[in-house]
Design a binder for this molecule. Structure first.
Ligand SMILES: Cc1cc2nc3c(=O)[nH]c(=O)nc-3n(C[C@H](O)[C@H](O)[C@H](O)COP(=O)(O)O)c2cc1C
Length: 293
């Protein structure tokens, strides 16, 4: 099968102005000008490093909607963000808060579907797109996982046995928090839903897999906040599932050889914040141009 057939690269020669932007942005370097000056796709061995990266940059960059690839119509792309997006992002990021109290209410299923659709756009190393998303969007299932993990965590704590990052001190502190900030649930904070990005993690790309998962979790957290949902990044609960409560982890249905760094608990927040916090960023910023003035 020829390259153009493999990727279904289609050029509308009526629209193409031979500007070459598609060639200049082709991550896999498989586009070239042919003898009549139009871009075409070179033969390639296979997708990935030996050919087309499936990044669709050619479709995205074309100013004339002349390129289709993988049967995608350029007119179906979601419009570019408005010019003020930078300000909106600043508002979104600075108003993002960890949420440790949730309403006992399911998030509208269509919102979750829309967010997962958006998550297809998250970057991955080499555009390998090996990250999988597990969403436990049924609060009864979350409860089931929670109760096995919670009981196990408590039983182990009685023997002074904790996850690698915990100790008597931290555990006691977390227990106190059940009276206030994590009402009745130091583990999942009562989050009705769980999101986990995970990826088979082995060989020389193992580090990339971990980074991919953590980037995905960060994007998901912001996306939730953009929809007015509360989120809590759960590294300790992930430790409990990985280190203390294998029976609860099994219920996630995530293979044991998959990296599972952070879980993100999400749901409608019980408490609304009136404003953003004012974290001191400049003191921790190492900016070359300012450092060398
Ligand atoms: C890598 C990472 C791990 C975290 N793990 C937990 C956790 O296990 N439990 C928890 O309640 N919060 C966890 N958090 C949330 C932080 O405690 C929280 O971001 C921090 O207190 C600042 O609060 P803010 O998110 O409202 O700005 C984690 C955050 C990060 C970035």
């Amino acid at each position: 099968m020829g390259a153009e057939e493999k990727a279904f690269f289609r050029l509308d020669k009526e629209k193409c102005i031979k500007c070459g932007k598609c060639i200049d942005t082709c991550s896999g370097m498989v586009l070239q000008f042919d003898s009549d000056g139009f871009p075409n796709m070179k033969e390639f061995e296979r997708f990935g490093w030996r050919g087309c990266w499936r990044c669709q940059h050619c479709l995205a960059v074309c100013p004339r909607e002349a390129i289709s690839i993988f049967h995608k119509n350029p007119q179906d792309s979601i419009p570019k963000p408005p010019k003020r997006m930078g300000e909106y992002m600043e508002q979104l990021i600075t108003n993002r808060r960890s949420c440790r109290r949730f309403l006992k209410k399911d998030v509208d299923s269509e919102i979750i579907t829309g967010m997962l659709r958006t998550m297809a756009a998250v970057p991955t190393g080499g555009n390998a797109q090996g990250v999988e998303y597990t969403v436990i969007d049924d609060k009864d299932r979350v409860r089931e996982i929670w109760s096995i993990a919670y009981d196990k965590m408590e039983a182990e704590a009685k023997k002074h046995h904790y996850t690698h990052s915990f100790s008597d001190f931290y555990y006691k502190k977390m227990k106190q928090s059940e009276k206030t900030v994590r009402k009745g649930d130091l583990l999942f904070c009562g989050a009705p839903h769980l999101f986990i990005a995970h990826e088979k993690c082995e060989g020389k790309w193992a580090e990339d897999s971990k980074v991919n998962c953590n980037i995905a979790a960060a994007y998901f957290e912001l996306l939730c906040n953009a929809y007015g949902l509360g989120t809590i990044i759960m590294s300790y609960p992930a430790e409990v599932l990985n280190e203390l409560a294998p029976d609860a982890r099994k219920l996630l249905d995530i293979p044991q050889n998959h990296y599972m760094g952070l879980m993100v608990g999400f749901g409608y927040p019980e408490i609304e914040y009136a404003r953003g916090v004012q974290k001191d960023r400049s003191a921790k910023t190492h900016r070359w141009s300012e450092k060398n003035k």
